[in-house]
Write a protein that binds this ligand. Structure first.
Ligand SMILES: *[C@@H]1O[C@H](CO)[C@@H](O)[C@H](O)[C@H]1NC(C)=O
Ligand SMILES: *[C@@H]1O[C@H](CO)[C@@H](O)[C@H](O)[C@H]1NC(C)=O
Ligand SMILES: *[C@@H]1O[C@H](CO)[C@@H](O)[C@H](O)[C@H]1NC(C)=O
Ligand SMILES: *[C@@H]1O[C@H](CO)[C@@H](O)[C@H](O)[C@H]1NC(C)=O
Length: 615
């Protein structure tokens, strides 16, 4: 190599020079083991970042550490300011005065910035990683050359970083590069500074503005991350790239980021959440398996023009979508579309396992949405405007484990509509307008599921409420169970209190007739009298006879089974397998029917046993 070029090469080492000039004059080295030229030949020129604008700093303090297969260099430049305030604690003057210029980090010209020389760093174990952590030194320049064993380099720099061309010389193959530079790279065109052997490049949290890789740049690059890097433009011609993370940038428009035909043809994992994208399409992205577009401004998401055959996971929550992709990609397993403005569910495919449509504008479930969704495990429809569940809405959901319908406007759930959910473990129905749940559904659910049911205006029917309380109780559930309330003539009642009254009432009618009236509250007794008086005029005689007969039978039975009854009776009677004897139920049954015909009275329902006897 001619000496002039070597001298020029050392200009790069200082990194206090004009980089554009260097790129044109630096010839590729003939031999990677060429010894570096002596320092005193370094030519120094001012450059914007590392020159006069950078404040002077004290001599760098260098610490070396070897940890977990990583050779670590910590460089710290104590601020000059400290010397102006002698009363402040300062680092020992000795260390500053006598600290020899360390061979790894030397001060830049005029004490502006530091120059790193990584060539001599010793290896840790069998690890090939070098970590450079620089604090308080302003501009950091790199000398040309890294250790032969280096496989990965990390620059964690509080300041800015200037890399000379071919700074990686000496390594046998630098595969990984992590850059965290708070003030950016201060250089034009990333391509020149990337080792051709690079497979992983992470530029996250380093202000870049744009990310442009032409075909010649890092042809082996497989993984590229630039999270929070102030990107407004991305253009990649990286046919080997499989993973791209550009979350948290300022990208707008669509996802048309291919710098050449096929430039993104291998990308399987794309994470572009937290940008300002307004439309997205899978054209140019044929190999996508994971697509993450959360928190953008998407109004359109086109998966049909270029169907992504291998897409298994799609996240586009927190956007402005009004239409869900349809048909769904054939391999899609996970679908997260919460916090949009979607009004219709798509038809679910055979393979889908997890779907989140919470916080949308669905007003119904729709016909035959889940006919083929045999593998759907979780379905979240919370925070929509769904008003009712039709009988066949959930047909096909054989494997559904968790169903969230909370915070909707559900006023009715058609009887038997929950029966197909054989594997349901958790159902959330809280914060709806539900008054009834069919006993068959309750019964089916109670054998395998737990429910959240609070904040619904349940009808004050003892039998149903007892079953609901039972359905809601769950010892090992993480959710805190909120007590149920029921609504009677616009009046909310605590269900626990009501059930207590129910129990008392049932006990009373189980033969202790004379005491029974005392167990009722005055108000409740009045209600009973009002309604029964009004409606039972004609059939009253028949009814009275029937009551008398059944009371007689009931009392007999009661005496017979009194002990067992008091030992085992609980409010859950019916679905928990602990029931009052049949005779007593029949007794109540008669009572009940009259009251129910009359009105939905609490006391009528207090004695409600029909559900049980009908079952
Ligand atoms: C870089 O370090 C190597 C070995 O430690 C040394 O031989 C060389 O002179 C250094 N170069 C500079 C510019 O300090
Ligand atoms: C780290 O070093 C140990 C020995 O020092 C070695 O066994 C291990 O494989 C190394 N790990 C990596 C990831 O290089
Ligand atoms: C989809 O996946 C299959 C199997 O992994 C693979 O052979 C095929 O090349 C992939 N398709 C695309 C377009 O990458
Ligand atoms: C949702 O879409 C409807 C029309 O379908 C529109 O009226 C409404 O403003 C949209 N809501 C939001 C939050 O975008």
């Amino acid at each position: 190599m001619p000496p002039t070029i070597q001298t020029r090469g050392w200009v790069v080492l200082t990194v206090l020079t004009m980089l554009p000039m260097l790129t044109t004059t630096l010839a590729p080295p003939a031999d990677t083991t060429t010894p570096p030229p002596p320092l005193d030949e370094v030519v120094v020129e001012d450059s914007g970042l590392c020159g006069r604008k950078a404040p002077p700093v004290n001599s760098p303090i260098v610490e070396l550490a070897w940890e977990r297969n990583t050779s670590q260099v910590n460089v710290n430049c104590p601020p000059k300011l400290r010397t102006l305030f002698p009363s402040l604690p300062t680092s020992p003057p000795k260390s500053r005065k006598t600290s020899p210029t360390h061979s790894i980090a030397t001060s830049g010209v005029g004490m502006r910035g530091v120059i790193l020389n990584l060539t001599g760093i010793a290896q840790e174990g069998s690890g090939g990683q070098v970590l450079v952590d620089v604090e308080g030194c302003g501009c950091v320049g790199m000398a040309v050359g890294v250790p032969v064993w280096a496989e990965g380099v990390t620059f964690a720099i509080h300041g800015s970083l200037r890399l000379p061309n071919t700074w990686w010389l000496g390594s046998e193959g630098l595969r990984e590069m992590w850059v965290r530079v708070s003030n950016g790279l201060g250089m034009e065109g990333l391509c020149e500074y990337l080792p051709p052997t690079l497979q992983t490049l992470d530029l996250s949290y380093t202000p870049l503005g744009e990310l442009i890789l032409e075909k010649r740049c890092s042809p082996a690059l497989q993984r590229l991350e630039a999270i929070g890097s102030t990107l407004t433009q991305v253009s990649l011609c990286s046919p080997a790239l499989t993973t791209l993370y550009v979350n948290g940038n300022e990208m707008s428009g669509d996802m048309d980021w291919a710098g050449c035909v096929g430039g993104l043809s291998s990308v399987m994992y794309l994470h572009a959440s937290n940008n300002y994208l307004t439309s997205a399409s899978t054209c140019n992205w044929p190999a996508l398996e994971t697509l993450e577009l959360r928190d953008n401004w998407l109004t359109s998401l086109d998966l049909t023009t270029c169907p992504p055959r291998n897409l298994t996971s799609l996240t586009a929550s927190k956007n402005y979508l009004t239409v869900a992709p349809s048909p769904l990609p054939p391999a899609l397993v996970l679908l997260y579309l919460s916090h949009n403005n979607i009004t219709e569910l798509p038809v679910f495919s055979r393979v889908i396992q997890d779907a989140d449509f919470s916080h949308n504008s669905l007003s119904r479930v729709g016909d035959a949405r889940f006919r083929r969704a045999r593998k759907l495990h979780h379905l979240n429809l919370a925070h929509n405007h769904i008003k009712e569940i039709a009988e066949k809405d959930f047909y096909g959901l054989k494997k559904l484990h968790r169903l969230d319908l909370s915070h909707n406007k559900l006023a009715s759930i058609a009887p038997s509509s929950l029966l197909p959910l054989h594997h349901l473990r958790h159902i959330h129905l809280h914060h709806n307008h539900l008054t009834h749940l069919d006993h068959r559904d309750i019964h089916a659910l109670s054998t395998h599921a737990h429910a959240l049911l609070h904040n619904n205006p349940w009808a004050c029917r003892c039998q149903m409420l007892a079953a609901l309380v039972q359905l809601q109780s769950c010892a090992d559930c993480k959710h805190k169970r909120v007590a149920l309330q029921c609504k009677e003539r616009d009046h909310l009642q605590e269900v626990t209190a009501l059930l207590h009254t129910c129990l008392q009432a049932i006990k009373s009618t189980q033969g202790l007739q004379d005491e029974s009236d005392e167990d009722y509250s005055e108000e409740q007794r009045d209600k009973v009298d009002d309604s029964t008086g009004a409606v039972l005029i004609v059939p009253s005689l028949v009814v009275l006879i029937a009551i008398a007969v059944s009371l007689a039978i009931g009392y007999k039975m009661y005496r017979k089974h009194r002990r067992a009854l008091f030992n085992t009776f609980s409010p859950c009677c019916g679905w928990c397998g602990r029931c009052a004897p049949q005779g007593i139920n029949n007794n109540n049954h008669n009572h009940h029917h009259h009251h129910q015909e009359a009105s939905q009275l609490p006391t009528g329902e207090l004695q409600d046993s029909d559900t049980e006897t009908e079952m």
